[in-house]
Design a protein around this ligand. Structure first.
Ligand code: NAD
Length: 300
Protein backbone atom coordinates (compact mmCIF):
# COMPACT_ATOMS: atom_id res chain seq x y z
CA UNK A 1 0.00 0.00 0.00
CA UNK A 2 1.18 3.51 -0.74
CA UNK A 3 -0.56 6.27 1.16
CA UNK A 4 -2.45 9.13 -0.41
CA UNK A 5 -0.60 12.29 0.59
CA UNK A 6 -3.03 14.79 2.06
CA UNK A 7 -2.27 18.17 0.50
CA UNK A 8 -2.67 20.65 3.35
CA UNK A 9 -1.61 23.55 1.14
CA UNK A 10 -4.49 22.90 -1.29
CA UNK A 11 -7.08 22.40 1.47
CA UNK A 12 -5.86 25.52 3.27
CA UNK A 13 -6.16 27.50 0.02
CA UNK A 14 -9.80 26.42 -0.40
CA UNK A 15 -10.53 27.51 3.17
CA UNK A 16 -8.86 30.88 2.56
CA UNK A 17 -10.87 31.38 -0.64
CA UNK A 18 -13.98 30.74 1.41
CA UNK A 19 -12.73 33.17 4.09
CA UNK A 20 -12.28 35.89 1.46
CA UNK A 21 -15.92 35.47 0.39
CA UNK A 22 -17.15 35.62 3.99
CA UNK A 23 -15.16 38.81 4.64
CA UNK A 24 -16.57 40.42 1.50
CA UNK A 25 -20.12 39.53 2.59
CA UNK A 26 -19.59 40.98 6.09
CA UNK A 27 -18.15 44.21 4.68
CA UNK A 28 -20.96 44.51 2.13
CA UNK A 29 -23.68 43.87 4.72
CA UNK A 30 -22.38 45.85 7.69
CA UNK A 31 -19.47 48.01 6.58
CA UNK A 32 -17.41 46.26 9.27
CA UNK A 33 -14.16 44.49 8.47
CA UNK A 34 -13.05 41.60 10.72
CA UNK A 35 -10.10 42.64 12.89
CA UNK A 36 -7.42 40.54 14.57
CA UNK A 37 -5.01 41.87 17.20
CA UNK A 38 -1.74 40.00 17.56
CA UNK A 39 0.45 40.51 20.62
CA UNK A 40 4.05 39.33 20.61
CA UNK A 41 6.40 39.56 23.57
CA UNK A 42 10.14 39.16 23.01
CA UNK A 43 12.13 38.43 19.87
CA UNK A 44 12.01 34.63 19.52
CA UNK A 45 12.84 34.15 15.79
CA UNK A 46 10.28 31.35 15.25
CA UNK A 47 7.54 33.44 16.88
CA UNK A 48 8.46 36.41 14.68
CA UNK A 49 8.01 34.22 11.59
CA UNK A 50 4.68 32.79 12.84
CA UNK A 51 3.33 36.29 13.56
CA UNK A 52 4.47 37.59 10.19
CA UNK A 53 2.72 34.66 8.47
CA UNK A 54 -0.50 35.25 10.42
CA UNK A 55 -0.55 38.94 9.53
CA UNK A 56 0.17 38.17 5.88
CA UNK A 57 -2.63 35.58 5.84
CA UNK A 58 -5.05 38.14 7.32
CA UNK A 59 -4.19 40.64 4.57
CA UNK A 60 -4.65 37.91 1.98
CA UNK A 61 -8.33 37.40 2.89
CA UNK A 62 -9.16 41.00 3.85
CA UNK A 63 -8.94 40.78 7.66
CA UNK A 64 -7.56 43.92 9.32
CA UNK A 65 -4.68 43.10 11.62
CA UNK A 66 -3.12 45.07 14.45
CA UNK A 67 0.29 44.06 15.77
CA UNK A 68 1.60 44.92 19.25
CA UNK A 69 5.26 44.18 19.99
CA UNK A 70 6.66 44.20 23.52
CA UNK A 71 10.21 43.59 24.72
CA UNK A 72 10.77 40.38 26.72
CA UNK A 73 11.27 42.36 29.95
CA UNK A 74 7.96 44.25 29.73
CA UNK A 75 5.82 44.19 32.88
CA UNK A 76 3.01 41.71 32.21
CA UNK A 77 0.46 44.19 33.58
CA UNK A 78 1.19 46.38 30.54
CA UNK A 79 0.26 43.45 28.29
CA UNK A 80 -2.91 42.78 30.32
CA UNK A 81 -3.84 46.48 30.08
CA UNK A 82 -3.46 46.26 26.32
CA UNK A 83 -5.64 43.13 26.20
CA UNK A 84 -8.29 44.83 28.35
CA UNK A 85 -8.44 47.74 25.92
CA UNK A 86 -8.63 45.36 22.94
CA UNK A 87 -11.46 43.47 24.68
CA UNK A 88 -13.45 46.72 24.60
CA UNK A 89 -12.45 47.75 21.07
CA UNK A 90 -15.37 47.16 18.67
CA UNK A 91 -12.99 47.05 15.68
CA UNK A 92 -11.20 44.01 17.14
CA UNK A 93 -12.94 40.63 16.87
CA UNK A 94 -10.02 38.35 17.68
CA UNK A 95 -7.09 38.66 20.08
CA UNK A 96 -4.14 36.33 20.14
CA UNK A 97 -1.01 36.31 22.24
CA UNK A 98 1.81 34.53 20.45
CA UNK A 99 3.25 31.68 22.53
CA UNK A 100 5.64 30.94 24.10
CA UNK A 101 5.73 33.89 26.47
CA UNK A 102 8.95 34.70 28.39
CA UNK A 103 9.35 32.45 31.47
CA UNK A 104 8.64 35.36 33.86
CA UNK A 105 5.07 35.60 32.50
CA UNK A 106 2.03 33.95 34.09
CA UNK A 107 0.68 32.47 30.87
CA UNK A 108 -2.69 31.43 32.33
CA UNK A 109 -3.30 34.94 33.66
CA UNK A 110 -2.52 36.46 30.26
CA UNK A 111 -4.65 34.00 28.31
CA UNK A 112 -7.61 34.31 30.68
CA UNK A 113 -7.58 38.09 30.43
CA UNK A 114 -8.66 37.75 26.79
CA UNK A 115 -12.44 38.02 26.44
CA UNK A 116 -13.89 34.57 25.72
CA UNK A 117 -15.79 36.31 22.88
CA UNK A 118 -12.52 37.24 21.15
CA UNK A 119 -10.45 34.17 22.06
CA UNK A 120 -9.76 33.05 18.49
CA UNK A 121 -6.91 30.75 19.58
CA UNK A 122 -9.41 28.87 21.77
CA UNK A 123 -7.20 28.83 24.89
CA UNK A 124 -9.58 30.60 27.31
CA UNK A 125 -11.06 28.30 29.98
CA UNK A 126 -14.56 28.95 28.62
CA UNK A 127 -13.59 27.64 25.21
CA UNK A 128 -11.57 24.78 26.70
CA UNK A 129 -14.66 23.84 28.74
CA UNK A 130 -16.69 23.91 25.54
CA UNK A 131 -14.41 21.21 24.15
CA UNK A 132 -15.35 18.96 27.07
CA UNK A 133 -19.12 19.47 27.05
CA UNK A 134 -19.56 20.39 23.37
CA UNK A 135 -20.49 23.69 21.77
CA UNK A 136 -17.04 25.26 21.59
CA UNK A 137 -17.16 28.73 20.10
CA UNK A 138 -13.53 28.83 18.96
CA UNK A 139 -11.87 25.43 18.51
CA UNK A 140 -8.06 25.63 18.90
CA UNK A 141 -6.59 26.17 15.44
CA UNK A 142 -4.22 23.21 14.99
CA UNK A 143 -6.61 20.41 16.04
CA UNK A 144 -9.41 22.22 14.19
CA UNK A 145 -7.19 22.12 11.08
CA UNK A 146 -6.60 18.38 11.53
CA UNK A 147 -10.36 17.79 11.71
CA UNK A 148 -10.86 19.81 8.53
CA UNK A 149 -8.21 17.72 6.72
CA UNK A 150 -9.96 14.50 7.79
CA UNK A 151 -13.32 15.94 6.77
CA UNK A 152 -11.93 17.01 3.39
CA UNK A 153 -10.75 13.44 2.73
CA UNK A 154 -14.13 12.04 3.90
CA UNK A 155 -12.40 10.02 6.61
CA UNK A 156 -15.09 8.88 9.06
CA UNK A 157 -14.38 9.24 12.79
CA UNK A 158 -17.38 7.62 14.43
CA UNK A 159 -16.39 4.38 16.14
CA UNK A 160 -12.81 4.49 14.80
CA UNK A 161 -9.81 3.84 17.01
CA UNK A 162 -7.84 7.06 17.16
CA UNK A 163 -4.52 7.36 18.96
CA UNK A 164 -3.19 10.82 19.73
CA UNK A 165 0.52 10.96 20.57
CA UNK A 166 1.19 14.13 22.57
CA UNK A 167 -0.97 15.58 25.34
CA UNK A 168 -0.22 19.31 25.33
CA UNK A 169 -2.92 21.88 26.11
CA UNK A 170 -2.48 23.38 22.65
CA UNK A 171 -2.57 20.30 20.42
CA UNK A 172 -2.88 16.82 21.96
CA UNK A 173 -5.57 17.33 24.63
CA UNK A 174 -7.96 19.48 22.55
CA UNK A 175 -7.40 17.13 19.61
CA UNK A 176 -8.47 14.15 21.72
CA UNK A 177 -11.54 15.99 23.03
CA UNK A 178 -12.60 17.08 19.56
CA UNK A 179 -12.23 13.54 18.25
CA UNK A 180 -14.34 12.28 21.17
CA UNK A 181 -17.03 14.80 20.22
CA UNK A 182 -17.05 13.00 16.86
CA UNK A 183 -17.58 9.68 18.64
CA UNK A 184 -14.17 8.22 17.93
CA UNK A 185 -12.60 5.90 20.52
CA UNK A 186 -9.60 7.91 21.61
CA UNK A 187 -6.37 6.94 23.38
CA UNK A 188 -3.89 9.62 24.42
CA UNK A 189 -0.18 8.85 24.71
CA UNK A 190 2.58 11.09 26.01
CA UNK A 191 6.23 11.08 27.03
CA UNK A 192 5.54 8.85 30.06
CA UNK A 193 3.56 6.26 28.07
CA UNK A 194 5.19 2.84 28.36
CA UNK A 195 5.63 0.97 25.07
CA UNK A 196 4.14 3.55 22.72
CA UNK A 197 3.93 1.02 19.87
CA UNK A 198 1.38 -1.16 21.67
CA UNK A 199 -1.04 1.78 21.39
CA UNK A 200 -0.12 3.18 17.97
CA UNK A 201 -0.44 -0.22 16.26
CA UNK A 202 -4.15 -0.26 17.17
CA UNK A 203 -4.90 3.08 15.54
CA UNK A 204 -7.21 3.38 12.55
CA UNK A 205 -6.21 7.05 12.71
CA UNK A 206 -2.91 8.12 14.29
CA UNK A 207 -2.37 11.80 15.15
CA UNK A 208 1.19 12.60 16.23
CA UNK A 209 2.11 15.85 17.98
CA UNK A 210 5.15 15.14 20.13
CA UNK A 211 7.91 17.29 18.62
CA UNK A 212 10.27 14.32 18.25
CA UNK A 213 11.66 13.47 14.78
CA UNK A 214 11.26 9.85 13.60
CA UNK A 215 9.25 8.92 16.69
CA UNK A 216 6.80 6.91 14.61
CA UNK A 217 8.35 4.08 12.62
CA UNK A 218 6.56 1.80 10.11
CA UNK A 219 6.40 -1.17 12.49
CA UNK A 220 4.37 1.00 14.91
CA UNK A 221 1.62 1.63 12.34
CA UNK A 222 -1.20 -0.66 11.25
CA UNK A 223 -1.40 -1.32 7.48
CA UNK A 224 -4.02 1.04 6.03
CA UNK A 225 -3.99 3.50 8.95
CA UNK A 226 -4.49 7.23 8.45
CA UNK A 227 -1.45 9.11 9.78
CA UNK A 228 -1.57 12.81 10.62
CA UNK A 229 1.81 14.31 11.48
CA UNK A 230 1.48 17.55 13.43
CA UNK A 231 5.14 17.70 14.49
CA UNK A 232 7.49 20.36 13.19
CA UNK A 233 11.17 19.74 13.87
CA UNK A 234 14.17 21.60 12.47
CA UNK A 235 17.07 19.18 11.93
CA UNK A 236 20.73 20.13 12.30
CA UNK A 237 21.09 20.35 8.49
CA UNK A 238 18.21 22.89 8.35
CA UNK A 239 15.57 20.46 7.04
CA UNK A 240 12.04 20.66 8.45
CA UNK A 241 10.55 17.26 9.36
CA UNK A 242 7.61 15.93 11.33
CA UNK A 243 7.47 13.24 14.00
CA UNK A 244 6.83 10.39 11.54
CA UNK A 245 9.32 8.46 9.41
CA UNK A 246 7.51 9.69 6.31
CA UNK A 247 8.86 7.34 3.61
CA UNK A 248 8.60 4.20 5.71
CA UNK A 249 5.12 4.93 7.05
CA UNK A 250 3.78 6.21 3.69
CA UNK A 251 4.49 2.74 2.26
CA UNK A 252 2.07 1.25 4.78
CA UNK A 253 -0.58 3.86 5.55
CA UNK A 254 -3.72 4.71 3.53
CA UNK A 255 -3.36 8.48 4.06
CA UNK A 256 -0.50 10.58 5.40
CA UNK A 257 0.22 14.29 5.85
CA UNK A 258 3.63 15.61 4.78
CA UNK A 259 5.80 18.05 6.74
CA UNK A 260 5.94 20.74 5.54
CA UNK A 261 2.69 21.12 3.60
CA UNK A 262 0.30 19.11 5.78
CA UNK A 263 -1.15 20.40 9.04
CA UNK A 264 1.00 23.56 9.17
CA UNK A 265 -0.86 25.62 6.53
CA UNK A 266 -4.18 24.61 8.09
CA UNK A 267 -3.38 26.14 11.48
CA UNK A 268 -3.21 29.70 10.15
CA UNK A 269 -6.28 29.14 7.98
CA UNK A 270 -8.33 28.08 10.99
CA UNK A 271 -7.23 31.23 12.82
CA UNK A 272 -8.73 33.21 9.94
CA UNK A 273 -11.93 31.14 10.15
CA UNK A 274 -12.21 31.76 13.91
CA UNK A 275 -11.64 35.51 13.47
CA UNK A 276 -14.34 35.76 10.80
CA UNK A 277 -16.72 33.63 12.89
CA UNK A 278 -16.11 36.00 15.79
CA UNK A 279 -16.89 39.04 13.65
CA UNK A 280 -20.10 37.39 12.43
CA UNK A 281 -21.09 36.66 16.05
CA UNK A 282 -20.54 40.30 17.00
CA UNK A 283 -22.64 41.37 14.02
CA UNK A 284 -25.41 38.99 15.05
CA UNK A 285 -24.94 39.80 18.76
CA UNK A 286 -24.57 36.10 19.58
CA UNK A 287 -22.09 36.34 22.42
CA UNK A 288 -20.89 33.78 24.90
CA UNK A 289 -23.95 33.40 27.12
CA UNK A 290 -22.36 32.91 30.55
CA UNK A 291 -19.78 35.64 30.83
CA UNK A 292 -17.76 37.54 28.31
CA UNK A 293 -14.73 38.36 30.39
CA UNK A 294 -12.74 36.33 32.85
CA UNK A 295 -11.44 38.56 35.64
CA UNK A 296 -8.05 39.78 34.48
CA UNK A 297 -6.58 40.01 37.96
CA UNK A 298 -7.00 36.57 39.39
CA UNK A 299 -5.01 35.98 42.57
CA UNK A 300 -2.56 33.17 42.31
P1 NAD B 1 4.64 20.20 23.72
O1 NAD B 1 6.11 20.07 23.91
O2 NAD B 1 3.87 21.20 24.50
O3 NAD B 1 3.99 18.77 24.01
C1 NAD B 1 4.53 17.60 23.47
C2 NAD B 1 3.72 16.41 23.93
O4 NAD B 1 4.31 15.25 23.34
C3 NAD B 1 3.75 16.21 25.44
O5 NAD B 1 2.48 15.78 25.88
C4 NAD B 1 4.79 15.10 25.64
O6 NAD B 1 4.51 14.30 26.78
C5 NAD B 1 4.63 14.30 24.34
N1 NAD B 1 5.86 13.61 23.96
C6 NAD B 1 7.10 14.12 23.88
N2 NAD B 1 7.99 13.16 23.54
C7 NAD B 1 7.27 12.01 23.43
C8 NAD B 1 7.61 10.67 23.14
N3 NAD B 1 8.87 10.31 22.91
N4 NAD B 1 6.63 9.76 23.09
C9 NAD B 1 5.34 10.10 23.32
N5 NAD B 1 4.96 11.37 23.61
C10 NAD B 1 5.91 12.30 23.67
O7 NAD B 1 4.45 20.41 22.17
P2 NAD B 1 3.18 20.94 21.32
O8 NAD B 1 3.06 22.40 21.42
O9 NAD B 1 1.99 20.08 21.58
O10 NAD B 1 3.72 20.62 19.85
C11 NAD B 1 4.01 19.29 19.44
C12 NAD B 1 4.63 19.32 18.06
O11 NAD B 1 3.69 19.85 17.16
C13 NAD B 1 5.87 20.20 17.95
O12 NAD B 1 6.74 19.65 16.99
C14 NAD B 1 5.32 21.51 17.41
O13 NAD B 1 6.28 22.25 16.68
C15 NAD B 1 4.23 21.00 16.51
N6 NAD B 1 3.15 21.96 16.28
C16 NAD B 1 2.75 22.10 15.01
C17 NAD B 1 1.73 22.96 14.72
C18 NAD B 1 1.29 23.09 13.29
O14 NAD B 1 0.64 24.05 12.96
N7 NAD B 1 1.59 22.10 12.45
C19 NAD B 1 1.10 23.69 15.73
C20 NAD B 1 1.50 23.50 17.04
C21 NAD B 1 2.54 22.60 17.32
Amino acid sequence: MTAKIIDGVAVAKKIRDDCRGRVQRIVAQSGTRPGLAVIIVGSDPASQIYVRNKIRACANVGIESLRFDYPADVNQDAVIDRITRLNDDPAVHGILVQLPLPPSFDMARILHSISADKDVDGFHLYNVGGLVVGGTVFPPCTPYGVLKLLEHEHIALEGRNVVVVGASNIVGKPMALMLMQHEATVSICHAKTRDLAQFTILADILVVAAGYPNLIQPEMVRTGAVVIDVGINRLGDGRLVGDVNFDGVAAKASYITPVPGGVGPMTVSMLLVNTITSCERWQQQTFVPIFSKFPARVTK
